[in-house]
Design a protein around this ligand. Structure first.
Ligand code: CDP
Ligand code: ZN
Length: 166
């Protein structure tokens, strides 16, 4: 049984930008000429959130739970993976106190969609969207992000452990 208290989790993910696929970030279908390549829908932000949740729960990482070799997860919406991670956390008697995320992208502009991303993530996790914060930054045209070859995302979250009384 978990002791009551707090646990921290962090997640980081990168996907490659390629032509011919949809760009989905934080569950938002972005209007852009490139998309992120991956086994699932490659929602880089949601993957970072999943990893932060699994980290806080002490349950490894997204690849342990949803291997990219498993045909079940081919093309799957990452929101479904996020819901599953939320349920795993709940089973541990934990709930998310708050989360703070960063999308590292030179393009496209994330800010018009940040609120929707926060709402999508919050809905999948049955939490209030005021507890989810999404930020964005370019890398000033430096490196693979700055050269528009890929997009990265990071999530830090705090989890409150509330052991169930028997
Ligand atoms: O150094 P700083 O992060 O302030 O500058 P920046 O990377 O140029 O980002 C400026 C603003 O643009 C930030 O407030 C971000 O929210 C926003 N941004 C965005 O909407 N979409 C991106 N892909 C990158 C940045
Ligand atoms: Zn990913």
């Amino acid at each position: 049984m978990e002791k009551s208290g707090y646990k921290i989790g962090s997640g980081y993910d990168v996907h490659k930008l390629v032509p011919g696929i949809k760009l989905i970030i934080g569950g938002v279908n972005m209007d852009f000429h490139l998309g992120l390549e991956g086994h699932s829908d490659a929602d880089v932000l949601v993957h970072a959130v999943c990893d932060a949740i699994l980290g806080a729960a002490g349950l490894g990482d997204i690849g342990d739970h949803f291997p990219d070799t498993d045909p079940e997860y081919k093309g799957i919406s990452s929101m479904i993976l996020l819901e599953k991670c939320g349920r795993l956390l709940e089973k541990k008697g934990c709930h998310i106190a708050n989360m703070d995320c960063i999308v590292f992208a030179q393009v496209p502009k994330i800010s018009p969609h940040k609120r929707q991303m926060e709402e999508n993530i919050a809905r999948a996790l049955n939490m209030d969207s005021t507890l989810v914060n999404v930020k964005a930054t370019t890398t000033e045209k430096l490196g693979f992000i700055g050269k528009e070859q890929g997009i990265a995302a990071q999530c830090t979250l705090l989890v409150k452990v509330v052991p169930k009384k028997i």
